[in-house]
Design a protein around this ligand. Sequence first.
Ligand SMILES: NC(=O)c1ccc[n+]([C@@H]2O[C@H](COP(=O)([O-])OP(=O)(O)OC[C@H]3O[C@@H](n4cnc5c(N)ncnc54)[C@H](OP(=O)(O)O)[C@@H]3O)[C@@H](O)[C@H]2O)c1
Length: 319
Amino acid sequence: MPSNPLKRYQHGEGSYALVTGATLGMGEEWAHQLAALGFNLIIHGRSQAKLDAVRAAILAKHATVDVKTAIADAGALPPNLGELEALLPALSQITVLINNIGVTSKAFPLFEEAPTEDLLQQIAINDVFPTILTQRVLPTLKRNQPSLIVNVTSMGAWAPSPYLSAYSGSKAYNLIFSRSLYNEMRCEGNQVDVTTLVPGQVVSGMNEGPPTANMPTSHDFIRTTISKLSGGLFGVRPPPIMVPWMAHSMGYLAMQLMPRAMADWAVRSTVVDLRKKKLAAEQREKPSEDQVVPTMTANSSAGATANGVHEDGKATMTN
Ligand SMILES: NC(=O)c1ccc[n+]([C@@H]2O[C@H](COP(=O)([O-])OP(=O)(O)OC[C@H]3O[C@@H](n4cnc5c(N)ncnc54)[C@H](OP(=O)(O)O)[C@@H]3O)[C@@H](O)[C@H]2O)c1
């Protein structure tokens, strides 16, 4: 592996990488590992305290890079870019955009029982926010060629998961959006490289550990991803789709080769099994009836309903 696989996107010492959802999991890892390669950073999140903590941890190890923070609620409807709106016009040196942010539902609710708000949040955060952000940053990336956009999808884009229709659908959007943009950049003959990153399960805020061969840590997954970004099989530009983790690529390949009906059967049995385990764990954690203190009053009924949604585990957002 080249000592710096992203050298192609570093023009002098002033290049910036913008990472969304950078306060946890893979986004936080992108930020640390890009800083280690010498990129200045704009890290995005929704909590100033968390962004400050990530910024301090990066600067403790890489004192020479500049780390700017930007708060934006990626689930805001109508959508807006929050603090990025003011920051972006002043930053002409962005060469890398990592559209990392994504949320799912922690539970596996029946579609009709998932709160509509949660479904809309998944579409807003996973699809609407990266779409408007990419549109805003693209002129800068075109000026700074060669430059890079990484869009994060999921195996769920090929393995449409029962009980996670909005998430799987939103990740299918990431895939087609990203590949379309890849093709547009090629049609226009410019060197804004666009790649679609396909993680299987990775330990993160979304997915609790422990790590296994099939479920790497975010650190290992991003390290491997970066090492493979310096070029696909035939050149120096990254491939349009990357499945960098070996164990994930086996599943991905099987998914491409299997007849559709068999792939659907495989995903149904996997997710049904996961859901059973999840519901059984929730049942075990629920306080028995004689431990529950009856508190329902006229004034508290709204709160009790809201709590009920969470305690039933029907649609608690991961993030
Ligand atoms: N982990 C997996 O197994 C897996 C598998 C396939 C695909 N993926 C994809 O990989 C990407 C990264 O996932 P991850 O597992 O690393 O995620 P994660 O650990 O759950 O981190 C999510 C990040 O998004 C931020 N965020 C959530 N809602 C937000 C909002 N409304 N506004 C602004 N920021 C918000 C979180 O901020 P807070 O720190 O404030 O919560 C956090 O920084 C996603 O696109 C996901 O779909 C993950």
